[in-house]
Design a protein around this ligand. Structure first.
Ligand code: NAD
Length: 440
């Protein structure tokens, strides 16, 4: 099949490469000419494990190409996947749909053949219906063009795996034709037994925001428990292990710490509350405001505990920050809790030296005033405090004995509960962690 993927960011670039890998002819489209040049050369414009290989392989086979021309896309595609950003609006909690709308408006005048437009971006419920109505206004014969929604659940860091072997596929369609087309697109996954849920567009749109709301709630739940543990001397890690054994609860997403961030969960739960208000069901998801508030509070709590560990003030203190990205195995710093903490303590007068395995370039673009170090040891040189803020696996393997020799004071705040506290303590470190008692 001939597919286009419009918007080749974290979602679209991976989707385009993976669709080519399962045998389709794919044209990736973006308005960012630099991004398109990089992708066409087989260079991923961001860090995502496995993406480079799959790009190179499929560009080499001729099945994957890139362009900035929507006209070329309209002429080429049987199916157009829309993967553009849907960030939070500047002045409200709602999603900013201007990129999605711009794609529809710019594509429509070039559509001369029957096609299916399939949204993958995360959008408020009702968007498919609204875009279909818009196309009816824009096209002289709208019957040949249909809109469907196929939300994406990939995780950055595992995006190639999640696209090729998803937990499930969800499609929202209004006709059996659209259903057949999407089943043909995903035929190799269906043959491999991936659960396939075909439903109406409103349900498909809602499945995505419901899934993200549930995940965000689970994280904020355990972080609320961590606050209670801190106040009572209990241990949130043991608590999470114990409740996680209950298969109705499960241990995953119960890691207490600095909370969630990134380009999805925070803006998705906010957009959901805004949409619920429009629909007159504000009360139904009012709890998501508390989920958001608990989450943002972890950033403030981390700064407060760090200040206490630094001796009551950051002024003139050198602090090493380990981790800039919102999660490990990604270079994405959008709404990163780690960067928010680094920025806050820098504003309070700390000299911050930051290390991240992949996120330094993006972090520097956002916070140029910080110092950046290519290795952990240099970042920790003469520090009075080390903050572990993103759970990269390499930080778990750090040698606390060697690091104790370079810092000014062996003081660490593990805001991700990822370090072996006993090991660090036996190397002479004072270890604080969120939701865990400090011995002595
Ligand atoms: P992104 O910002 O990395 O990528 C969006 C891309 O769209 C950019 O390259 C941008 O240049 C391009 N674009 C904007 N306007 C365009 C236009 N008119 N024509 C063509 N290209 C245009 O964003 P992302 O992280 O890939 O997210 C995209 C969507 O997917 C969002 O709705 C997001 O919520 C959703 N999503 C993201 C993830 C993820 O892990 N990143 C996972 C699931 C769903």
């Amino acid at each position: 099949m001939r597919l286009t993927v419009i918007g080749t960011g974290y979602l679209g670039a991976v989707h385009a490469a993976c669709m080519a890998d399962i045998g389709h002819e794919v044209l990736g489209v973006d308005i960012d000419a630099d991004k398109i040049r990089a992708l066409a050369d087989g260079r991923p414009p961001f860090f995502e494990p496995g993406l480079r290989q799959i790009l190179t392989r499929n560009i080499g086979s001729g099945r994957l190409r890139f362009t900035t021309s929507l006209r070329e896309a309209a002429e080429f595609g049987d199916v157009h996947f829309v993967c553009v950003g849907t960030p939070q609006q500047r002045d409200s909690l709602a999603a900013d749909l201007r990129h999605v709308d711009a794609v529809i408006d710019a594509l429509a005048p070039h559509l001369r053949r029957p096609c299916l437009i399939v949204g993958k971006s995360t959008v408020p419920v009702g968007t498919t219906e609204r875009l279909a109505a818009r196309l009816t206004e824009l096209l002289p014969d709208a019957s040949a063009v249909e809109v469907a929604w196929n939300p994406e659940f990939l995780r950055e860091g595992y995006a190639v795996h999640d696209t090729l072997q998803p937990d499930r596929l969800v499609t929202g369609v209004v006709s059996s034709h659209a259903d057949e087309v999407l089943r043909a697109v995903y035929a190799p996954m269906l043959e491999a037994g991936v659960p396939y849920i075909s439903t109406d567009p409103a349900t498909a749109e809602l499945v995505k925001v419901a899934a993200n709301s549930f995940l965000a709630t689970k994280i904020s739940f355990i972080n609320a428990m961590a606050e209670v543990c801190d106040a009572s001397g209990a241990d949130v890690v043991t608590l999470a292990d114990a409740i996680g054994h209950d298969t109705r609860i499960g241990r995953r997403f119960l890691s207490a710490g600095l909370g969630f961030g990134g380009g999805c969960l925070p803006k998705d739960i906010r957009a959901f509350t805004a949409r619920a208000r429009e629909l007159g069901v504000d009360r139904a998801v009012a709890f998501l405001r508390e989920v958001d508030e608990i989450n943002m509070r972890q950033r403030r709590r981390t700064v407060d505990i760090a200040r206490e560990l630094a001796g009551g003030t950051f002024t003139g203190r050198r602090v090493a920050v380990l981790g800039a990205t919102f999660k490990p195995n990604s270079d994405d710093v959008r709404d990163s809790p780690s960067l928010a903490v680094a920025a806050a303590i820098h504003r309070e007068g700390a000299e911050v030296c930051l290390h991240d395995p992949e996120g330094v370039d993006n972090a520097r673009a956002v916070l140029p005033a910080l110092r950046y170090s290519p290795d952990v040891s240099t970042a920790c040189q003469d520090a009075c405090l080390v903050l572990h803020l993103t759970e990269w696996s390499q930080y778990r393997k750090l040698d606390p004995v060697a690091l104790a020799a370079v810092v000014r004071t062996p003081n660490v705040l593990d805001a991700r509960n990822g370090l072996d506290a006993e090991l660090w303590r036996s190397a002479g470190w004072t270890v604080r962690a969120l939701g865990r008692p400090t011995p002595g």
